[in-house]
Design a protein around this ligand. Structure first.
Ligand code: TI1
Ligand code: ZN
Length: 543
């Protein structure tokens, strides 16, 4: 006959637990005090009706139980009830006492020293030393049902598991630094020989665990057949979750998070797109350490001061995603489900936020000009709209096309946060109410021109704000204000979206924008609306 077990996890040591059943020598005299009382409430699992009980409750024996040896003896005396198989054992894992004075003996069922995966038998002893309940899984059939031999070693099982998933080991096996500067491994790998119970069958398998945060959070649980290396079962046990957080302004909000490796991430997989929304902490590192560290919380409650900026960057990125998706059926900024990545705590005392080509960055502000810039939804919409522009009209970031680029970001910032015509007011000059960085209804209030007569010819340098992109944007902003006032937001947003995605080109001028918007209005709503758009631009001197 074929021998079912070659070697078992290397050493053949004797289990610390007891061996019960006909093969074991039971020295105890038959003593009725140790026997299960007839009135015990024995619950049989439907699927294992003829097997072992899954839960027994009531006062189970008159004999007092004071130690592990006593539990062993109780099992031996009642082996028929538990249908204990001589080839399986119970290994004591843990003894816990609780506040009611009860003691709980936790056992791991093992077969020839190999644990039966994710199985336990627990004996609950009350304060008086009486067994109050026993529950768990005995798996009496396991020894007979295992048909494999161990051919693979741990390493081979790991390799088989890696080949099963779409992350390369080299991508995950990197060192990470915690925000406190401690270095830790991104990757945890475990491979343990187990007996895998599945639908009444038992397979000798390696339970492989691959846990990593990068490149995307993973908590893979993979069972590899120990004989032929086939995959018995594989699942990524990262879970989407709903967390909560405190925003920059102290407001509470609910957050889409992810659970993996016993922690929660600001990582939103719930949006109707292939990509995710991931939020990082740059830890004041600057552009060479982007994106930074995932923002995590062990309790899914992102309430700390440090987490506030991340909470809002994450929350508002989701809100802006929804805005573009609900209004224009646009999946993410590129219309193709790209990941939306944000890093907060960018640089130090940085009074700005930006789209840097592949992600957003948010400064903390210096505390007097700005506080954490992600705390304003119009800023988040402004930045993400730059990403939309970059994948559509590609307006060149200098002179008039640059000012249009800035203006479209402000206009969509308004659409998302339309309570007032101010930009950035939520985080601008904390402590001073009512002011803002810019106003669309009254650009001159914050030193921006509101008419072509006041257009500022500035040098195309960083000093000159690339020809005044944040200055001259006041002119198209004011035109947008007139437009929205006359035709209403819902028509205006369709018109602006159409102009941006259909008509504008990289070097469009203010005049071109006027024409693009008039044309879009004509396409969508006809001449009356188109005329309203035209007069809005007439009002700012752009023809
Ligand atoms: S896109 C980004 C430009 C950053 C350039 C530096 C690399 C930008 O325009 N940021 C906005 C942030 C903002 C938006 C603040 C709305 C308040 C309201 C911006 O306007 N920045 C100002 C401070 C600027 O760069 O002049
Ligand atoms: Zn901008």
């Amino acid at each position: 006959m074929k021998q079912h077990w070659k070697t078992v996890a290397g050493a053949v040591t004797l289990s610390a637990g007891l061996l019960i059943g006909s093969g074991a020598s039971v020295n105890a005299e038959a003593d009725p005090a140790w026997k299960l009382k007839p009135e015990a409430n024995i619950q049989m699992d439907q699927s294992v009706l003829e097997q072992a009980p899954s839960f027994i409750s009531g006062k189970l024996s008159t004999q007092k139980i004071n130690s592990k040896q006593d539990v062993d003896k109780f099992f031996k005396e009642n082996k028929d009830v538990f249908k204990k198989n001589p080839k399986s054992q119970l290994e004591l894992k843990d003894v816990k006492t609780d506040e009611l004075g009860m003691t709980h003996y936790v056992y791991q069922p093992v077969v020839h020293n190999v644990p039966i995966d994710q199985s336990r038998v627990i004996v609950h002893v009350d304060q008086q030393g009486e067994i109050a309940a026993i529950n768990g899984e005995f798996h009496p059939d396991a020894p007979e049902k295992i048909k494999q031999q161990r051919e693979l070693n741990k390493k081979e099982a790991l390799d088989a598991a890696w080949s099963q998933i779409d992350v390369e080991r080299s991508e995950a096996d990197v060192k990470k630094k915690s925000p406190e500067g401690k270095s830790f491994n991104n990757l945890t790998e475990k491979s343990e020989l187990v007996v895998l119970p599945q639908d009444g069958e038992y397979t000798l398998a390696y339970h492989v665990q691959l846990q990593f945060a990068e490149p995307t959070p993973g908590n893979w649980q993979i069972w590899v057949n120990a004989e032929d290396g086939s995959i018995e079962k594989a699942m990524n046990k990262v879970h989407e979750a709903t967390g909560s957080g405190t925003g920059v302004l102290g407001d509470q909000k609910s957050l889409n998070t992810y659970y993996a490796n016993s922690t929660y991430y600001l990582y939103d997989v719930t949006k109707p797109m292939s990509g995710v929304i991931a939020t990082y902490d740059n830890n004041n590192g600057g552009q060479y350490s982007l994106p930074g560290y995932y923002v995590t919380d062990s309790g899914n409650t992102f309430y700390s001061e440090r987490q506030k900026a991340a909470v809002d960057a994450h929350y508002y990125a989701g809100e802006v995603f929804d805005y573009y998706y609900d209004n224009f059926n646009r999946e993410s900024y590129d219309g193709n489900g790209a990941d939306i990545v944000s890093s907060v705590h960018f640089g130090s005392n940085y009074n700005n936020a930006a789209w840097v080509g592949n992600q957003m960055i948010y400064g903390d502000g210096d505390g007097s000009t700005f506080t954490y810039l992600s705390g304003a939804d119009d800023i988040v919409a402004h930045e993400l709209t730059h990403a939309v522009t970059d994948t559509t009209a590609e307006l060149v970031y200098e002179n008039q096309s640059g000012a249009l680029n800035e203006s479209f970001s402000d206009v969509f910032g308004y659409f998302v946060d339309n309570e007032d015509w101010l930009m950035g007011e939520d985080v601008y000059t904390p402590g001073v109410t009512g002011d803002a960085l810019r106003s669309m209804s009254n650009p001159t209030q914050y030193d921006q021109p509101a008419h072509m007569d006041d257009y500022q010819d500035l040098p195309n340098t960083e000093q000159g704000d690339w020809g005044g992109v944040h200055i001259n944007s006041g002119i198209p902003n004011k035109a947008a204000y007139y437009t929205i006032n006359s035709i209403g937001q819902s028509k205006a947003e369709e018109i602006y979206y159409r102009a941006l995605t259909v008509y504008l080109t990289p070097n469009s001028t203010f005049s071109d924008a006027r024409q693009a918007l008039i044309q879009s209005a004509q396409d969508l709503y006809g001449s009356t609306t188109a005329n309203s758009v035209a007069s809005a631009w007439n009002n700012v001197g752009v023809y």
